[in-house]
Design a binder for this molecule. Sequence first.
Ligand SMILES: Nc1ncnc2c1ncn2[C@@H]1O[C@H](COP(=O)(O)OP(=O)(O)OP(=O)(O)O)[C@@H](O)[C@H]1O
Length: 519
Amino acid sequence: MLLAHVVQTSAAVAATRSRKEKVAALASLLRRLPVDPDPLEVEVLAHLLGGSLRQRRTGLGWRGLRDLPPPAEVPTLTVLGVDAAFESLASLAGPGSQAARAAAVAALFGAATAGEQPWLRGVVTGEVRQGALDALVQEAVAAASGAALASVRRAAMLAGSTTRAAVAALTGGEEALAAFALEVGRPVEPMLASSATDVAEALAKAGGAEGREVAVDLKLDGIRVQVHRDGDDVLVVTRSLDDITARLPEVVDVVRALPAEHVVLDGEALTVGPDGRPRPFQETASRTARRGAEAHGTRVTPYFFDVLHLDGRDLLTAPAHERAAALDALVPAEHRVPRVVTADPAEAARFAREAVECGHEGVVVKSLEAAYEAGRRGAAWVKVKPVHTLDLVVLAVERGSGRRSAWLSNIHLGALDPEATAREGEPRFTMLGKTFKGMTDEVLAWQTERFRALEVADDGYVVTVRPEQVVEVAFDGVQRSTRYPGGVALRFARVVRYRDDKVAAEADTLEAVRAHLPG
Ligand SMILES: Nc1ncnc2c1ncn2[C@@H]1O[C@H](COP(=O)(O)OP(=O)(O)OP(=O)(O)O)[C@@H](O)[C@H]1O
């Protein structure tokens, strides 16, 4: 397939606001594939449609792509040819590699047309939006392959990758999709929690109100970890499935010591003080953000709350009480999340109160009947947090003044607008307010660099950025407002932390913000 077809489709997707038309454009591109397509070609194509390359590293950056050769007149580049070029670029190393890289870039970009050059550069530098397209690509794959959308989605969750699901659907149809199961060593999308304002509401949602017992877990404020052990090999990934094994040797040690050879566990890792109280989240975050930080002090401890596989037994579809029994038998109590199992709302409320008094974030109420629903945010897990925070997206940032004049300071906050997002097939946001509170000098320095990298415009005062950075903010309340387009504004918003484990499409919605309006 010619790259030109991909670039045209990408332009068509960007040009229409209709989700249906976007999916149709993507599906008609996929239908250009031969009846029995080469799996590699499908894989490359699925990556390109999501705005990424199969190669994680190419050794290329903006600088190497600033001066491009004159474009080709006629499109000749193919999807597989482009992939081969990046494959050989990725393997360049050592003396002479810089000149070889420049020559390879000149050859590749010289063969690209005027329309293809900027698109290809955008893919290499990560500027063509990723992630947001995932859901559209899944729909298009279902339409083009004839497989059910639910099967494509299920496979993508289990594989932790839309690309792998696309290859399976387009080369082997329903049968290949059905073959996806949890594999030890291959991360799955984590199960997520919905929210309730208090424990009674959470119990009702998770089925506990009908007198059935539910589990009430401590909600620990660390980072989500999914751990796979296959013999001596251990893999630790974050909520966004990034590999952080090398940064958490303590977690690896704990899992290697368990009496099981093949296991997949889900939990939270955090730093705890000698008094047993959780340390501020920043300590865990700084440990997981930098390799080698473990040498300087703080220890991170894993607390597991679920087991998805145990020595040949796939537990994903087993009810939660069965998984809990397996977890209790496998993991010592000091590495399990504390929980009570109860049908009594008063007991659950007492546990939640004590959790907060001990410095934890709150509780997660869980149905004991539910399967592990990879990638889903449903009623089977319901979180209750007394301190309200929202995960919003930074839309712009203002230059600081006075003491902050060297930094970008006041951030503009946006909530996800689901209607506009659905209509346009990519995340859209509504501004809710601004804040310059809660930022340490370290955070100010970090955000200045980060937002300069995301900059799309600078009028000398306000720097507009690509809406990609998620920030968790605390606030005192939400009020009606005529100043902002969503009709609501935050009162006394302050930054709690920047979140790199969430993409913008996962930010809180305008609805979630409005739910905090009084009355
Ligand atoms: N006992 C627990 N069970 C499940 N999740 C827990 C538990 N303790 C802490 N957590 C954390 O809470 C999160 C569950 O909330 P949710 O699925 O909404 O994710 P989130 O959007 O990252 O939430 P939050 O911002 O509240 O941490 C998990 O991702 C996990 O990191």
